[in-house]
Design a protein around this ligand. Structure first.
Ligand code: NAP
Length: 248
């Protein structure tokens, strides 16, 4: 049996880090990326010693080339690619500028797409690719228009990519978290109020299950999509939201 190997972009925090732990616990060799030196250093402290933690900015195609080369040297091939690195820049419509718009699309769309393109030679036949999208790509969340568009662009590529990858039996699916308690969510709240705990509680109360998603909720779905149990699933989006977004 081929060794199970996973590359997780944006694996130094939040959803990506929880997924690194979950896949590692299930016997995968895992590599994760982050862009900031401090998040990379913290992940090296917090993740198991044999998880490969690499600094790589998904907005740079040259950095993606280096990443693919390093992972190729270390792992040989990949059975799972989790394209999860992303940013949110909550802003009111009046405050958006070109630099902010370009940054969000560079990370959430261009970086995701080109990591897939450049990792193709490393992917084993039958590999699983999972892309983090988000409930906001198809439902409204005030202040997140550009993040919604950048993730939505990826979501709209998923069916076509699935057919393009099918000859190699490579599956590609999107996982769409609802509001998840991660550093990103907390720093987004901090842009408008100091009462982070109160805001988290208010958001939890609005959820049909009465709580926010944990990073582990999303990680479990990613692990399912990576596994043989999902061997015939491709081109789909799974919403992991505790029922948020279902009401008319
Ligand atoms: N949290 C939510 O409620 C929610 C909901 C829907 C969708 N999402 C999406 O889920 C994904 C993960 O979010 P999260 O909540 O887990 O956020 P997080 O805790 O902030 O983690 C984001 C990860 O992405 C990395 N990253 C950001 N920009 C990068 C870049 N240019 N190059 C490489 N890595 C980069 C970060 O590394 P650094 O720390 O080094 O920057 C970090 O490892 C994102 O795509 C986000 O949009 C989140």
């Amino acid at each position: 049996m081929t060794a199970r190997t996973a590359l997780i972009t944006g694996g130094t925090s939040g959803i990506g880090m929880a997924t690194a732990r979950t896949l590692h616990d299930r016997g995968y060799r895992v590599a994760v990326t982050g862009q900031r030196p401090e998040s990379v250093a913290r992940a090296r402290e917090e993740l198991p010693d044999d998880v490969l933690v690499l600094q790589s900015d998904v907005r740079s195609l040259a950095a993606i080339d280096e990443l693919v080369s390093e992972v190729g040297e270390q792992f040989g091939s990949l059975t799972t690619l989790f394209l999860n690195a992303g940013v949110n820049r909550p802003m009111t419509l009046e405050t958006w500028d070109e630099a902010g718009y370009d940054e969000v699309f560079a990370a959430n769309t261009k970086g995701v797409f080109f990591t897939l393109v450049k990792a193709l030679p490393l992917l084993s036949d039958g590999a699983s690719v999972i892309v983090t999208v988000g409930i906001g790509a198809t439902r409204a969340l005030t202040g997140s228009s550009v993040a919604a568009g950048s993730h939505g662009a990826m979501l709209s590529m998923i069916p076509t990519l699935a057919l393009e990858l099918a000859p190699r039996r490579i599956r590609i699916n999107a996982v769409s978290p609802g509001m998840t308690d991660t550093p990103m969510t907390r720093s987004s709240i901090r842009t408008s109020t100091d009462d982070v705990a109160g805001n988290l509680m208010a958001m939890a109360e609005q959820n049909p299950f009465g709580r926010l998603a944990t990073p582990e909720d999303i990680a479990g779905t990613v692990a399912f999509l990576a596994s043989g149990d999902a061997a015939y699933i491709t081109g789909q989006e799974i919403l992991v939201s505790g029922g948020a977004g279902l009401a008319i």
